[in-house]
Design a protein around this ligand. Structure first.
Ligand SMILES: [Zn+2]
Length: 248
């Protein structure tokens, strides 16, 4: 499924991503006659297939004229996702460490815990009658423990690469940011939600925050440091921003 839009245009070269205001668009050049624009669920990813002969500037202009249409459909997808709150019942999908797992709820008397089984299932052990909020808390603790386990080694690696020292780091549930930092204290906050993401996302957020030790703002100088530390950062950033944070 996907919302398709067709326009009759003819014209240009090069496959990449373009950015039109705050919208990232994947551009694929093909042996076709017309431009095809599509917005895909669930994340609202935007893709334009364009004739090989069409210039990037023409594609950009086309995208600008379709921006309202793109945003309208992205909003629809986000709203569909919002209607799917986690119930913490067996069979539900949950993300952990960049993988999708199926939840299996097992009620029993004893300790609340989550065990990974066969790289496919998350077995959630809870007391009979545990509420949805109670189950969510077990998950949050599971995520927190995971991050506390993996961050030290990732941090060590990036401290060596960047020659920057982090004085303190904290994992926190945040609504709008993947990370933040106190430059003077060299203290980094990392969003608990990163436990759901692939490891490279966690690394990027960490390196991004460390780069603020050198440059406060997201200016060219900041980007130049990031290019040096983590050349692939733009792709990872895009991956992280595919969904508004509170929907992840
Ligand atoms: Zn930043």
């Amino acid at each position: 499924m996907g919302w398709k839009h067709r326009a009759t245009f003819t014209a240009m070269t090069e496959p990449t991503q373009i950015q039109v205001l705050d919208v990232q668009i994947d551009v694929v050049k093909k042996d076709i006659k017309n431009l095809h624009l599509a917005v895909y669920p669930p994340t609202g990813r935007v893709r334009i297939a364009a004739p090989q002969t069409l210039s990037d500037e023409a594609i950009r202009l086309f995208a600008i004229t379709k921006l309202r249409w793109i945003k309208k459909h992205q909003k629809n997808f986000y709203e569909q996702l919002r209607e799917l709150p986690r119930e913490y019942i067996s069979g539900e999908s949950h993300y952990f460490d960049g993988r999708r797992y199926l939840l299996n709820v097992i009620e029993r008397y004893g300790k609340h815990e989550i065990k990974i089984r066969n790289r496919k299932y998350l077995d959630l052990y809870v007391q009979p009658g545990t509420t949805r909020e109670g189950k969510a808390r077990v998950f949050n603790e599971f995520y927190r423990q995971h991050l506390k386990t993996v961050i030290p080694e990732i941090l060590e690696k990036w401290e060596q690469k960047t020659k920057l020292k982090v004085q303190k780091w904290t994992v926190k549930k945040m609504q709008t940011q993947w990370g933040s930092c106190n430059i003077e204290k060299r203290h980094i906050l990392l969003n608990l939600e990163l436990a759901k993401k692939p490891r490279h996302c966690l690394e990027y957020v960490l390196v991004h925050e460390m780069t603020h030790f050198l440059v406060r703002h997201h200016n060219e100088q900041f980007q130049a440091h990031l290019d040096r530390f983590y050349p692939n950062w733009r792709a990872v950033k895009r991956e992280l921003n595919m969904l508004p944070l509170h929907l992840v």
